[in-house]
Design a protein around this ligand. Structure first.
Ligand SMILES: [Zn+2]
Length: 236
């Protein structure tokens, strides 16, 4: 009996240690210098352990500067806004272009900017060339930083949105080199190449962002994709 108790106690300690280790990576508290993973690079389309590599950027402005580089992204660090009542930003950048497309944002976390660079450069651009023979020239966004709660969901309405910490972006559409517009609102519900492209890029976003929501999720998202790198994980 005592032996069984001891075995169970050891198993419990092991599980707690494992959960604590996973949580440490999940919340980006393992500094890169002691991480078992190599630093993230924006050059490579396929990297193992991409989520903890992105999370390692969260609290590390030096690593952020070393990672966010041209030609993958044009972005400059902005001063932190101390988090008060769930709003503010830490280690954020002002971005003008990313993945070869114009995408201005006044304030977005480094971690989100890196995820956008990987998604646009290694997924969105090749998919646009394959579908239309043209690259994406610009991306239309509907917001990054906004001190507000989650909208469109009764269960979560009292919780701060990831937008409140600049850790999210809402994407409304894309403009190709030839001027063709591809809009989530107009093209998602139809059939055809534009709709397929939107569904493909939405699906690929789940590699880099923890929360990916689109028109299928609820009516609040009929005109945009919401991407964030918060603590939840879903792809709808
Ligand atoms: Zn959003």
């Amino acid at each position: 009996m005592r032996r069984l108790f001891r075995t169970l106690a050891r198993l419990f300690v092991l599980l707690v240690a494992l959960a604590a280790g996973l949580a440490a990576f999940w919340f980006g508290v393992i500094p890169q210098r002691v991480s078992p993973f190599s630093p993230l690079t924006l050059d490579a389309p396929d990297q193992w352990f991409i989520d903890p590599k992105l999370a390692a950027l969260r609290r590390d402005p030096v690593l952020c500067q070393a990672t966010l580089k041209t030609p993958h992204i044009e972005a400059v660090a902005v001063p932190d806004v101390p988090i008060e009542r769930g709003c503010g930003s830490v280690n954020a950048v002002e971005m003008s272009s990313v993945g070869g497309a114009r995408l201005p944002a006044n304030r977005i976390t480094c971690e989100m900017a890196a995820a956008l660079a990987l998604w646009l450069e290694h997924d969105v651009q090749p998919l646009a060339v394959a579908a239309f023979g043209k690259r994406v020239k610009s991306v239309q966004q509907m917001g990054t930083y906004s001190c507000r709660n989650i909208v469109g969901n009764v269960l979560w309405k009292d919780f701060r949105s990831q937008h409140a910490t600049a850790n999210a972006i809402d994407i409304a559409g894309f403009t190709l080199e030839d001027g063709r517009q591809i809009s989530v609102l107009r093209n998602w519900p139809k059939s055809g190449a534009e709709s397929r492209f939107l569904r493909d890029v939405h699906g690929r976003a789940c590699r880099y962002f923890r929360v990916v929501l689109g028109p299928e999720f609820n009516a609040s998202h009929k005109d945009h994709f919401h991407f964030d790198r918060g603590f939840l994980w879903t792809c709808k």
